[in-house]
Design a protein around this ligand. Sequence first.
Ligand code: ASP
Ligand code: MG
Length: 415
Amino acid sequence: MSRKKLVMKFGGTSVANLERIRRVAEKVKIEHENGYDIAVVVSAMSGVTNQLVGYVDQLHPLYDPAEYDAVVSTGELVTAGLTALALQNLGCDARSFSAAQIPIITSDYHSKARIKDIPSDTLEASFKEGKITVIAGFQGISEATGRITTLGRGGSDTSAVAIAAAIGAERCDIYTDVDGVYTTDPRIASDARKIPNISYEEMLEYASLGAKVLQTRSVELAMAHNVPVQVLSSLTDHVGSDHPGTLVCREEEIMEQQLVTGIAYAKDETKISVINVADTPGIASDVFVPLADAGVNVDMIVQNVSANGRTTHMTFTVSGREKALAIQALEGHKDKIQFERIDTDDNVTKVSAIGVGMRSHAGIAAKMFRTLAERGINIHVIATSEIKVSVLISAEYTELAVRALHSAFGLAAEK
Ligand code: ASP
Ligand code: MG
């Protein structure tokens, strides 16, 4: 009978220096002794990928994306080899693999390639020899051209989940610098709790709100292939099999479902108002089609009530990064849209309550609005989805709003 399988992924801070790499090797050894065949996936040492990206930028701002990938994918090769050596130092049989050696086959969309297939033969053969397999995360090999690709920043999470799916791993443990996903940011609410179980859908909302715990793509992949993903800290002495972090899994597997699972916030939002446009059919499409064509991700939208029946304002939010692009797209279509001017406000925060419990429960939005009203916090824009209510507020109220909502929804740790 073949042994059960486990993927252990270590991020940049977990392999930041040799001392940390030794600790990684100790954790892997413990899980190996727990009876698992193990695929270890590593990131580059923290800061290394940024440095490599910087080199490319300085040398050639209009770089060839295939050479960009050839350069920035190298950080992971170093840590994969070092991790294999650290394991050998502990008496374990281990070897490292580049993505091309597995192979991790991807599209040829350089710097943001998608994984297409991971044949499991190489890994299976390595397990059969009793070896611990260490794989360079973040990289792949293009099916069409045979060249090295990368999976987008933070992409080694996606490498790990894809490998877990390919070998049928029992779990994919993601070791990072936090010990799990919290009900809210502990720097704002000191009574925030670690969430024991969170559904894939909720985790996707968290990730899209800018919580950088997991790359969004990795959560989508885990959901599609039903891979249980555990987020846990590499900085303690524990391992994933005996000390739980936060388990990201199917909604049906979560026994004690809360109405609201967590409160998230995103400060990097810009509110854009297109002032005095004609209040006629088609105006929304005149405004939003050029934005979509420019690749701008519009998030919250309101069309203000028209005071005179002839003109109105159209307000929406985009991430701060896309503000300039959005304004350029609107200015470029000024003839058609016929707005008077564009107002922008960067001093806003989007605060969201997330929870699959909302699907079957009314009143979450009402409670959220009441809680904010009681604190005198004005809401600029509202947006909802099936499992999320988001409000846009002035940035100065961020802490107050997050704390108030966190306790209003009963998320705080019991004292
Ligand atoms: N080293 C890559 C990055 O910094 C990939 C990763 O860490 O997941 O984006
Ligand atoms: Mg990461």
